[in-house]
Design a binder for this molecule. Structure first.
Ligand SMILES: [Zn+2]
Length: 250
């Protein structure tokens, strides 16, 4: 069976002398493994499409659940990301995180678009890395069915958009000050961070990075986003440790 897809390479591994096994996030098949024969030969026509972060139109042949690359036309390679270790480490983490949430065989155009928009933002310095990371983590969770609730109190229903509130990071629910006190699993969240979370998770995908908050609020947003994602992924990420290591480099 033949498939015409759009896909980005989110992991690559050598196979045999000249081939690669690619992990590809697609628009319509979720995350799949693709056998790319001969793409490590310098003469290969599909060399550039078979590299990490390469986004291409692809023709695949499927037999018994295994996919083989038959044609590829490169759309974007995000190559400049590789030239900065901090950018590279974040992009690698975004790829690994996406692979943890995308399901094989399922429609995944939104996750693909989220990853492409985020890689574009990294490549073009659209926002600080810490902001791209946090926004990506929250939007990835939201698109995967884990939507943090920051508009109203989960207990009394009061509107909390303009006030500080208490947020349960793991459950993604908020309580107003009358319904809870600081401590335990609840973290105090400023109204500006609450608004940022609402914007990130509910705005049009083309605008999810278009918000500005102060440094203290960015640190809080960053902590919330990472813990929220890790609790739903139910696993750790090697690339996240690598990203943190790289951010400490001069
Ligand atoms: Zn309340």
């Amino acid at each position: 069976m033949r498939h015409k897809i759009k896909g980005i390479v989110i992991r690559e591994a050598p196979k045999g002398e000249t081939s690669k096994l690619l992990t590809v996030l697609t628009n319509n098949l979720g995350v799949i493994t693709v056998n790319a024969k001969g793409v490590r030969k310098i003469s290969s026509a599909y060399l550039k499409s078979a590299q990490l972060f390469a986004f291409s139109d692809m023709l695949l042949y499927e037999k018994n659940g295994f996919f083989t690359l038959t044609e590829a036309s490169l759309v974007a390679d995000f190559y400049p990301i590789r030239e900065d270790i901090k950018n590279y480490s974040l992009a690698s983490y975004l790829c690994e995180a996406t692979s943890a949430f995308a399901v094989r065989g399922e429609e995944s155009a939104k996750l693909l678009r989220l990853l492409l928009n985020s890689l574009y933002a990294i490549e073009n310095n659209v926002a600080p890395l810490v902001q791209i990371k946090a926004a990506f983590e929250l939007r990835l969770c939201a698109e995967s069915g884990f939507l943090p609730e920051t508009d109203c109190c989960a207990d009394c229903g009061d509107d909390i958009t303009d006030v500080n509130f208490l947020f349960h990071i793991i459950d993604g629910i908020a309580l107003c000050r009358n319904c809870a006190s600081v401590g335990g699993e609840y973290t105090e969240v400023t109204s500006s961070v609450g608004k940022a979370i609402t914007h990130i998770t509910q705005s049009d995908m083309s605008r999810f990075l278009s918000f500005r908050i102060g440094d203290n609020d960015t640190a809080l947003l960053s902590l919330i986003a990472e813990r929220f994602l890790l609790s739903h992924a139910e696993r750790g990420f090697k690339t996240l440790s690598f990203y943190k290591h790289c951010q400490e480099l001069p």
